[in-house]
Design a binder for this molecule. Sequence first.
Ligand code: PD2
Ligand code: ZN
Length: 280
Amino acid sequence: MSQAISPELREWLVSQLAAGHSVPALRASMRAAGWQDAATDLALAQLEAGFPHLEVASKTPRTDMPGPNLEGAPLYIEAGDRRVQVLHTMRHPRVVVFGNLLSPEECEGLIAAARVRLARSLTVETRTGGEVLNVDRTSDGMFFERGENDIVARLEQRIAVLLRWPVEFGEGLQILRYAPGAQYRPHYDYFDPGEPGTPTILKRGGQRVATLVMYLQEPEQGGATTFPDVGLEVTPMRGTGVFFSYDEPEPATRTLHGGAPVLAGEKWVATKWLREREFK
Ligand code: PD2
Ligand code: ZN
């Protein structure tokens, strides 16, 4: 198939590229305008001769991504040992809110095991590749090793079935506790390709491609997970979870998200980050 692109589309693409827009950003705009990825690839490939530095062909977007099977618009998904509810879905950004993801006993078990190991949360620092205290995140947190205890192992297996992504591609489960006033300011979960520390981080498992935030304890007020680009706020209801994925480390994925301040009570979450390859 070598259908030539229209002069209007060529002109628009050329002007966008000349204005400094990235290929992933153009892809996202075209996807939002209803273009199929394959047609977008063809159009971009035809421009490559004029813009050899863009390496359009080698930047074909990831097609194999974690996520639930939503074919047939199911209300429930059998995730191995548990029947998970599909409560909300959004396409761009790709967001899915799940109900009945964890039992109350699993939530309590994770909190009990994490509580004794809490420390002020560190985040991976892409400037250096190390870990730092982050003023943007005022929660306390810890990481479990993958498969560290029975609840963690069971939950990881369930997530792997639900999101169709190998257990080995996941980071260890992170637990966060937000006291009243604590929040997590809006950020992206992928590692910024422009930061000097990122290549070091990517050696272990490649980029993050998706996030699952699971609510273990609901606060009395506040604490929603917010997606400011699309005005979405997910209520932190115990046993539910919000999944979102990002096929490129780009703001065009619209996956900017944050944890709104907890106004009363304590919020606990477990976060599972999925990498593009095995995370050893
Ligand atoms: O606790 C949350 O709602 C939240 C919000 C944004 C968690 C994360 N990000 C995260 O763990 O990355
Ligand atoms: Zn996050």
